[in-house]
Design a protein around this ligand. Structure first.
Ligand code: ATP
Ligand code: MG
Length: 575
């Protein structure tokens, strides 16, 4: 990826070195051929109608990374706010916040397509005067019908040859608000018989009486994406306009508008594959629906593939950038295994999180040969390999909690945790033997009566006998209660959009994507609440104290990711 040392003026995150990509090759070739006067200007053009998701992160890393190929390269942030419906300043603010959080800085290059409304309008008048645009007064239906299809050539609108003056007059009156929505549109006069349907006199402006989050009620006509986008790029002097593949068939139109206006050094559109991720959806329309219909608690619900959701769940910006580097940039559609993202998150958390013990589904153990009121104190390292983390003290008392799952009454031979009459190691502390199982009237196991081997202080038996299993625990007297939220994939199927016609994609939501455990027990090392901090609960996974809901005395922890690394397994199998 980009060589960070060549971009000293920028405070942008350094994309990790990854393999180069075809866009990088194009830009490097342009640079060595002296194209665009040695300039590299890219842009990230979000529409402010939702929060950014991890697909946007890919585009951001790519655009900033490419701009850094030149020492003077820049990447603009341009809000593509040409459609007033659904756009909002809340989204503008969240987008800016998320890009900065991800580690990128557009400095003072913050632009809005709506800032160009006046300029775009002037361009439109110019195209009319030059015979390259006309006002069409057909209905939407008629326009659609006349456009034809791939198999059916288009037919000219009866208004196509209306005199330029008449079109100009109508466009001005459209702007003045004289007409109802849909009464007229402005169309480019290109070619109704083009084999490319997009080139059959595409719309440039439509009347839409809707207030805009920045221009208020100043305008009641709004430019269409294809007209506004390329010209906004050209106005800003963008050299390489990177967009996702679905815009490939817009490219001819992009070029047509830019050439019709006649820019000296027009931008070049290059398409790349958008990111699709298994078990989730990466389309704002669908994410909006999840929020609106309250399938999630909001844009920052930790199950959402938004940057806000991932951040709250505990994914770091570095992990997301590293993921974006690893997936690379392809020309063809890309379905990425979510295990790769999870792998990036684990790799990021492993070296930097302290280890502590927590019991999520507690089962009480009474150590009958351990005196009441006594305590045995052990030293436990906070990290298995990095001594600089130091250690904390763990205190063994007569009553402890262990994980319900770590006990099994009728256990198979391979079960090396606790079973009746069996022995197991309490991590850092001692060997424990299960003497008796206490049940309630319904036959549920509610308590274990155990004994400890005093000679095994620190965890190993004095006589050298082998103890295969080691489990985590916390002492009942010193444990702290907390709420723990276990998150799983939001959808049950890898491709949630693959649903029978007429059915909503929401039918594929995973009913167990959130499991809330209210009586979890944490070791007292975590007593002081500190929202946002991250730890590994030994044997369970990486957890992040929730920034929204956690409070002193009532902590809430999100499971960021479990320890089971599906990707390592896949990678192992492959190689
Ligand atoms: P959506 O389909 O989710 O609404 P969008 O493309 O309409 O996405 P924009 O706000 O217009 O959302 O996107 C801004 C930029 O991010 C565009 O250049 C777009 O190509 C890019 N982008 C959006 N989704 C992805 C994705 N999944 N992978 C890569 N780039 C993406
Ligand atoms: Mg878009």
């Amino acid at each position: 990826m980009a060589n960070p040392t060549t971009n000293e003026s920028s405070s942008n995150a350094r994309p990790d070195d990854g393999p180069g990509n075809f866009i990088e090759d194009i830009v490097k070739d342009d640079l060595s051929a002296g194209k665009h006067g040695g300039r590299v200007v890219t842009r990230f053009p979000p529409e402010p109608n939702g929060y950014l998701h991890v697909g946007h992160a890919k585009s951001i890393c790519l655009n900033f990374g490419i701009s850094a190929l030149s020492p003077s390269g820049v990447c603009n942030l341009r809000f593509d706010d040409t459609n007033p419906l659904g756009e909002d300043t809340e989204f503008v603010e969240s987008i800016k916040h998320d890009i900065r959080w991800l580690g990128f800085d557009w400095a003072d290059r913050e632009y809005y397509a709506s800032d160009y409304f006046e300029k775009l309008y002037d361009f439109a008048e110019r195209l009319i005067r030059e015979g390259k645009a006309y006002v069409d007064s057909q209905t939407d239906e008629q326009i659609k019908e006349g456009r034809g299809s791939f198999h059916k050539p288009g037919v000219d609108s009866p208004f196509r040859d209306r005199p330029a003056d008449e079109s100009l007059d109508l466009l001005r009156r459209m702007r003045e608000g004289e007409f109802e929505d849909g009464a007229h549109v402005l169309r480019a006069k290109i070619d109704m018989r083009s084999t490319d349907v997009k080139m059959r006199d595409p719309l440039m402006y439509r009347i839409r009486r809707a207030p805009h989050h920045r221009t208020g009620t100043k305008w009641c006509i709004y430019p269409m994406y294809d007209f506004a986008h390329g010209l906004s790029d050209a106005i800003e002097g963008v050299t390489h306009s990177l967009c996702s593949l679905e815009f490939q068939n817009h490219r001819a139109l992009y070029d047509w508008f830019v050439n019709a206006i006649g820019f000296d050094d027009p931008p070049r559109q290059i398409e790349f594959a958008r990111l699709n991720l298994g078990y989730t959806v990466l389309s704002k329309r669908w994410l909006q629906q999840l929020v609106r219909e309250k399938h999630v608690t909001g844009w920052d619900d930790p199950r959402m593939p938004t940057l806000a959701g991932m951040r709250r769940r505990g994914f770091s910006a570095a992990a997301i950038r590293s993921f974006c580097t690893r997936i690379g940039v392809a020309r063809n559609d890309q379905q990425v295994d979510i295990a790769l993202l999870e792998h990036a998150v684990r790799s990021d958390l492993d070296p930097r999180t302290p280890r502590v013990m927590a019991v999520l589904r507690p089962l009480k153990v009474v150590i009958e040969n351990f005196p009441e009121g006594a305590a045995e104190v052990f030293d436990a390292p906070l990290h298995p390999t990095d001594a600089s983390f130091g250690s904390r003290k763990v205190e063994l008392r007569r009553e402890v909690y262990i994980e319900h799952d770590d006990f099994m009454e009728n256990a198979p031979k391979q079960f090396f945790r606790l079973k009746p009459g069996g022995e197991v190691r309490l991590r850092y502390a001692c060997i424990l033997k299960c003497e008796n199982v206490i049940k309630d009237d319904a036959g549920n196991v509610v308590e274990l009566r155990c004994s400890w081997d005093e000679a095994s202080r620190g965890g190993n038996p004095a006589d050298g006998r082998k103890i295969k299993g080691t489990i985590h625990w916390v002492s009942a007297a010193t444990a702290m209660d907390a709420e723990v939220r276990l998150y799983d994939r939001l959808f049950s199927a890898e491709d949630p959009t693959d649903v029978p016609e007429g059915e909503s994609f929401t039918r594929g939501l995973n009913p167990d994507s959130l499991v809330t455990l209210r009586g979890a027990k944490l070791e007292p090392h975590l007593a002081a609440s500190q929202p946002g901090r991250q730890v590994q609960f030994e044997r369970l996974g990486y957890f992040t104290e929730d920034v929204n809901d956690s409070k002193p005395g009532a902590q809430v922890w999100n499971r960021t990711i479990s320890l089971k690394d599906g990707w390592a397994k896949i990678a192992g199998k492959l190689g």
